[in-house]
Design a protein around this ligand. Structure first.
Ligand code: NAG
Ligand code: NAG
Ligand code: NAG
Length: 813
């Protein structure tokens, strides 16, 4: 530099010489910027070739050109001193080189020296970027080696002190490429060396440093921010590919089942996920719904375990860029005991015959429960008080079998309630009632309402008259209870029973076939059989006793006195007879019985009213007063006899009575003596003897009877009384021990009757054992009288003759 300056001084010299004398050689110095005030810049003595004395003598002075004087000359030493701090950048900017010009003027002679002071650059400015940070947005898919030019840094310094290099903070993705412009200034470019990944690092922070070439180096930095722009390069991803959840059946709609969640590593819309069903069945669609945004799967319909045990739901998650992912949700439905057991009847035997043996299967049924596990485990019961019992035959099948004999007549149907209960909680049960009809078997015979039947039938009935009804009930039903009646063959009075009576087989009505006569038959017995129509038929029989009821169809018949005789007999009464003298006795009988045969007598007409009276009960004709001479010899009485029936029947007897003074005289006069009187006298005496004999025998006979009766009477009294009940006992019997029919019997008979308890029937009973030979059925004894039946021991003709004889006796007397 010293040398260069010298060269320029020489040049300057020559220039000055050329133009005049004034201009002299120029001075050239340099000084670094930023030096302290008072620093020595140069000493001019040598260059001016003057000494210090001369310099001060010549009044040397330094004149700055235009600018503010930075330098000062010390005339005593010749030193140029820095008067102010110099900033090259302020003084010259980017101008290079940078000079400060001034003139050094000497007087005597005037000499002007030009002085150039070059300001040397000092690295006092760091490189500087225009911004503190630079923002780049780079898509993550940008290809490798892409260049991104960076802004250059500025450095106020020049030359080597300007920006010489750039560096980048260490990073994975970028490197820096430093290039030079043609003017030598440097610039840098970012080169992508490694794929950007938004998901890994969405924003990169780099520090760019500009370095200058000064000593020491100064640096400037700027931040480079790189935002990695997202590409939808990531599909959503479910946290689980399979979700397994349990869900109670019958869950209410909107119950949350589960939540599926997928994430997307992308950003922004690329990470916005929506959820939806993917190819799911209609059952799933009906039962569930998915929230599009939250991924909540909830119940939408009916969840029925019995319909579907589990559901497989495919869920699709899709991000905003159209990428999707799938997962599966398995929903297992948990059973609840929401189904009661069901009883299904498979077969039913109804009606069931009542004679079904034990263990007959009545019903077969199945119990099912649509629930599972305990909820579907069932038990089956039925009432215990039935003749049926349940038997399990496995596989939820049950049999209802008979365990006791059945009886339709006791219970014709059963309502059997079968109750099935499951084991769930709460327990559910259901009941089914089956109706079992018991069908009839013919196990009951018809039963008659009464046994025996007694039916009353009035005699003289019209044929075909309804007598009565028999009725038999059969506990069975239908044909088995249909009863048919019939008469059992038999005989009534030696004739088939069917000629007497018939029966309506349907109704049991009994009809009389013929008109019946009490006097002929008093009762008869028939047997009716009732048969049902079952198979085999059952039957029962009953005895029907038809009692013929007497009607007053017979008028009293007068036995004595004989009424049809040509010459009615005359009764003789001595005129001297006292009042109450028994003249005779009217004897009448009535073939009817009971009241119809109770006869009463009355005096209808008399020649001499008031002379005779008739015993109303016994028909005894007695005198009422003494007979006077005025009373006519021949008296005629008409005596009426009537029975007590309804309507009453009557008969009358005419009695002629002769009032005589003695027995023989008037009688002889009045009665026509037959011509063969001698023969008659003999007959009479013979008769007399016979009568005496007969009376004697009778007397002995009667005495023995009385004794016998007296012995027996005590033993037999009870029997007699009960027998006596069979016959009505009227006051007549009480009074005189017999009806009018007994009138003509001897007094002895009357007494016996009294002793016998006043009943005719009892009289028969006494007499019967004595004369077993004559036990003839009274009813069959045609034309007999009350007397004949009353005195069974004596044949009819004998009684008649006895009566006749008695009459004769009276007559003969
Ligand atoms: C710039 O700086 C880098 C890193 O410090 C260095 O490797 C390189 O050599 C420098 N370049 C120059 C021209 O000095
Ligand atoms: C059975 O049920 C039927 C119909 O409910 C009813 O008519 C009948 O009386 C019942 N029988 C018995 C024995 O309870
Ligand atoms: C009178 O009647 C009785 C009985 O009825 C009979 O036996 C008798 O022969 C009859 N006598 C005359 C003469 O008709």
């Amino acid at each position: 530099m010293q040398n260069g300056c010298h060269t320029r001084q020489v040049l300057c010299f020559s220039l000055y010489f050329c133009i005049g004398i004034v201009m002299c050689e120029s001075l050239h110095y340099s000084v670094p910027e930023e030096k302290k005030t008072g620093s020595l810049v140069a000493n001019v003595l040598k260059d001016l070739k003057v000494d210090v004395k001369e310099l001060s003598a010549r009044r040397a002075q330094l004149v700055s050109e235009g600018t503010k004087p930075y330098f000062q000359l010390d005339p005593h030493s010749g030193n140029v001193i820095l008067q102010d701090r110099i900033d090259r950048e302020a003084l010259c900017g980017q101008k290079d080189p940078c000079f400060l010009l001034s003139e050094l003027v000497l007087e005597s002679p005037v000499q002007v020296h030009r002085m150039e002071v070059e300001i040397e650059d000092v690295n006092d400015n760091p490189p500087q970027f225009s911004e503190k940070e630079f923002l780049f947005e780079i898509p993550e898919q940008t290809s490798m080696n892409t260049r991104f030019p960076l802004e250059s840094a500025k450095d106020a310094d020049r030359g080597e002190n300007a920006v010489r290099n750039y560096t980048l903070s260490p990073n994975d993705h970028f490197r820096l490429d430093v290039q030079s412009h043609t003017d030598g200034s440097k610039y840098a470019e970012l080169i992508l060396e490694k794929q950007l990944d938004c998901e890994a690092n969405a924003r990169l922070f780099l520090i760019l440093t500009a370095v200058d070439g000064g000593t020491p180096k100064r640096t400037g930095t700027a931040n480079i921010i790189i935002d990695v722009l997202d590409n939808n390069d990531n599909a959503p991803q479910f946290h689980q590919s399979l979700y397994k959840v349990k869900l109670m059946e019958n869950s209410q709609p909107n119950t949350l089942v589960t939540k599926v969640e997928a994430t997307d590593r992308d950003l922004g819309p690329n990470a916005e996920i929506t959820y939806s069903f993917n190819q799911v069945s209609d059952t799933v669609l009906g039962a569930f719904k998915v929230n599009k945004y939250s991924g909540d799967i909830s119940v939408a319909g009916v969840i029925d375990y019995e319909e579907e045990h589990n559901y497989a739901i495919n869920i699709k998650a899709m991000d905003g860029g159209g990428l999707s992912a799938y997962c599966k949700v398995i929903v297992e439905v948990e059973d609840r005991n929401d189904n009661a057991p069901e009883v299904t009847l498979t077969s039913l035997t109804s009606p069931l015959p009542e004679d079904s043996p034990s263990d007959t299967v009545v019903a077969l049924f199945r119990v099912t429960d649509r629930d599972s596990g305990d909820n579907g485990r069932t038990a089956c019961t039925t009432e215990t008080n039935l003749p049926f019992v349940l038997k399990s035959s496995g596989n939820n099948y049950y049999q209802l079998v008979t365990q006791q004999p059945l009886d339709r007549e006791r219970s014709s149907e059963y309502n059997i309630t079968i109750r099935a209960t499951d084991q769930g909680s709460p327990r559910l049960s259901s009941a089914r009632t089956i109706n079992v009809q018991i069908s009839d078997v013919n196990d009951n015979a018809p039963v008659f309402e009464k046994s025996p039947y007694v039916m009353l039938l009035r005699e003289n009935n019209i044929p075909g008259l309804l007598i009565g009804v028999v009725h038999a009930d059969d506990l069975d039903t239908e044909r088995n209870a249909k009863v048919v009646y019939s008469l059992l063959p038999g005989k009534v009075s030696d004739q088939p029973v069917s000629t007497y009576i018939s029966i309506n087989s349907e109704t049991g009505n009994l009809y009389a076939i013929r008109s019946l006569d009490y006097e002929q038959i008093k009762d008869f017995l028939v047997t009716v059989r009732a048969v049902d129509r079952g198979s085999p038929p059952l039957s029962s029989e009953v005895k029907v006793r038809v009692v013929i009821v007497d009607e007053n169809d017979n008028a009293p018949f007068i036995l004595y006195p004989l009424q049809n005789g040509t010459s009615p007999s005359n009764d003789l009464v001595p005129r001297g007879a006292e009042a109450g003298y028994l003249v005779t006795k009217v004897v009448a009988v009535d073939r009817d019985s009971g009241q119809n045969s109770w006869l009463s007598y009355e005096l209808l007409k008399a020649t001499e009213p008031g002379l005779f009276s008739v015993g109303a009960q016994n028909g005894e004709v007695k005198t009422m007063r003494l007979i006077t001479q005025r009373d006519t010899f021949r008296q005629k009485l008409i005596i009426g006899v009537r029975d007590n029936g309804h309507p009453l029947q009557s008969a009358s007897a005419t009695l002629s009575i002769l009032l005589v003074d003695g027995f023989s005289d008037p009688y002889m006069k009045m009665v026509d003596i037959p011509k063969d009187e001698v023969v008659k006298e003999e007959d009479r005496s013979l008769t007399m003897y016979l009568v005496i004999c007969l009376a004697a025998i009778s007397f002995i006979f009667l005495v023995s009877i009385i004794v016998f009766i007296a012995i027996k009477i005590h033993k037999r009294r009870k029997f007699m009384e009960s027998s006596a009940l069979n016959f009505p006992v009227g006051p007549n019997f009480q009074e005189n021990g017999g009806d009018a029919g007994a009138g003509s019997l001897s007094r002895a008979y009357n007494y016996e009757v009294c002793l016998a308890g006043g009943s005719l029937s009892s009289e028969f009973k006494f007499l019967r054992p004595l004369f077993p030979v004559f036990s003839v059925e009274p009813a069959q004894n045609q034309g007999n009288s009350r007397i004949s039946s009353a005195s069974q021991g004596v044949p009819d003709h004998q009684i008649e003759s006895h009566v006749t004889n008695q009459v004769r006796i009276i007559n003969s007397i």
